[in-house]
Ligand binder design. Sequence first.
Ligand code: AMP
Length: 282
Amino acid sequence: MKPDLITTIAEIRALCLDLKQSGRKIGLVPTMGALHAGHGALMDRARCECDAVVVSIFVNPIQFDRKEDYDRYARNLAVDLAFCGQHGVELVFAPSPGEMYPHVQHTFVEVTGISEKLCGEFRPGHFRGVATVVAKLFNIVQPDYAYFGEKDIQQLAVIRTMTADLNMPVSLIAVPTVREPDGLALSSRNERLTPEQRRAAPAIYAALQLARDMVLQGVRDAKAAKQPALAKLAEEPQLRPEYLEVVNAETMQPVSEVSGRVCVAAAVWLGTTRLIDNVLCP
Ligand code: AMP
């Protein structure tokens, strides 16, 4: 069944309030559209655990550090709506930028520490934009559960910290990364790859797995654990790594000695497309 498309805050708020008052648990899946099976996994999980599933589709201007990335971001609401319908979603909230930001935004959510390394170092203001829009969505929809992908592991850590620090009454559910058969993490940005770049891209996950193997074999020196992964990326001239780091899985701070749960995370450029991926160890 096709979900209802809601574009105003007043209307989605009223509908969600009705759902809550009738005792139904709401699951929110925040997205930027261009939906794929990765988003589908979040929706399916929400469908299993909640009485009503709300998907937000909003390409959030304040989280883009490069205007051309924002302008190029794939948008196709009709296709996305049909996709949501196939995953049992009741409500799609797709506001315009003017609806979400009717006047200059003066208030931002800044999650210090966790936001600062990895993507935070290379995309200034990105996590401030993400945390702010997610806080707005939580206030608008007031979900009981919200679903996020492990693919964006630092984003997940930022949102987790924000909800805990600001006592937001929502339970976060992390969903494992959905991959192509060759290992490439599904991403809306994969569509931009040329056939040659697409052939090179699976080396990112292969490299991350090499680092994970090192950690699982007991290598404690992070630099040594990273070495085969960096060598793997270097074999592919199309790939330009921005970072490849071993970080604490909760704080997202790079470690020099591996202890406890870590995550190996990378951002890699292929031409003008930037892809991110990570693996958790163990
Ligand atoms: P996006 O539309 O890229 O902002 O992503 C919306 C949500 O889908 C985020 O929580 C992402 O982490 C999640 N997501 C994106 N790609 C994947 C994937 N390949 N596997 C699982 N979750 C994903």
